[in-house]
Design a protein around this ligand. Structure first.
Ligand SMILES: Cc1cc2nc3c(=O)[nH]c(=O)nc-3n(C[C@H](O)[C@H](O)[C@H](O)COP(=O)(O)OP(=O)(O)OC[C@H]3O[C@@H](n4cnc5c(N)ncnc54)[C@H](O)[C@@H]3O)c2cc1C
Length: 246
């Protein structure tokens, strides 16, 4: 863990971000760790490792900000328009309101449709992976002021995270489940993923959390390219990202 955090510090320095903006990681006493995450298990607690990270609060606003900035630089932004039949140099656009379509040609076409990329260009084959988060009242974790990083038992570089969020919530995630087949509009968390997240977080808590404590759950699909490999180990049950931004 410490090595990972130090590597993060190195990346921060390489990016030219000062420690006054994003503080460097450090070891903290057990009492401070328990003050930050009051429900953490105390027996055997020797101290904590504290590291800082960035959180994206509103991804929709970020997309709008990027689009507005692009427009400022001369880009033409078309909303409610669906891209179909993309090639490297052309794409057909369909207005979702009027049904009108037009074909645009360009030196290069970038297909940035995420997990739907294969619908726009059938030469792309994706093998999505589902990531599930659970939502709790922050009170269930004693109103923590830091995220708790929980190693998954039996794994050396996989973790589950309990992250304080806005509006008095804690998000607990996340899984990494092979999700082949058609891409659903709204991926659903499975009971197995929910049990896995509860079992993992409970290894680090003084008082276990149960299904009744779960206020909600949501899932997303990572747009992973299907490399044709068997992805060994992926079918054995839920796993988590080594590093995650929710
Ligand atoms: C649970 C989870 C955890 C993740 N964790 C990490 C992480 O820790 N670190 C990391 O780097 N990445 C992570 N990712 C991956 C990261 O979120 C995605 O790679 C990233 O969001 C992809 O961005 P994008 O803009 O390419 O696609 P998206 O954000 O998926 O955007 C695609 C857009 O294209 C639109 N679209 C789809 N089809 C069409 C069409 N035919 N015409 C027009 N528009 C269309 C969609 O509506 C959508 O708005 C995670 C993803 C998930 C689901």
């Amino acid at each position: 863990m410490r090595t990972g955090f130090v590597a993060g510090d190195a990346l921060r320095m390489l990016a030219g971000t000062r420690s006054s903006v994003l503080p460097r990681s450090r070891r903290i006493p057990a009492a401070q760790a328990a003050a930050m995450v009051p429900t953490v298990r105390r027996d055997g607690l020797d101290g904590g490792l504290l590291a800082y990270d960035g959180q994206l609060i509103d991804d929709a606003r970020l997309v709008v900000a990027v689009a507005r900035t692009a427009a400022q630089h001369g880009a033409r932004i078309l909303t409610r328009v669906s891209a179909v039949d993309a090639t490297g140099t052309s794409v057909r656009l369909v207005d979702q309101l009027s049904g009108e379509s037009l074909t645009v040609t360009a030196r290069a076409v970038i297909n940035a449709t995420g997990v739907w990329a294969g619908d726009v260009d059938p030469s792309i084959t994706l093998r999505p992976s589902r990531g599930t988060h659970l939502v709790f009242d922050a009170m269930s974790f004693g109103n923590p002021t830091a995220a708790l990083t929980i190693p998954i038992p039996g794994e050396i570089n996989r973790f589950v995270f309990a992250m304080p969020e806005q509006l008095g919530r804690v998000y607990l995630g996340l899984t990494d489940e092979d999700a082949p087949g058609p891409v659903p509009d709204v991926p659903e968390p499975t009971p197995g993923e929910i049990s896995f997240l509860l079992d993992t977080v409970n290894t680090a808590l003084g008082t276990a959390l149960h299904r009744d404590d779960v206020k909600g759950a949501y899932a997303g699909l990572r747009p992973l390219i299907d490399s044709g490999s068997a992805r060994p180990g992926r079918s054995r049950g839920p796993r988590t990202c080594p590093a995650n931004t929710p």
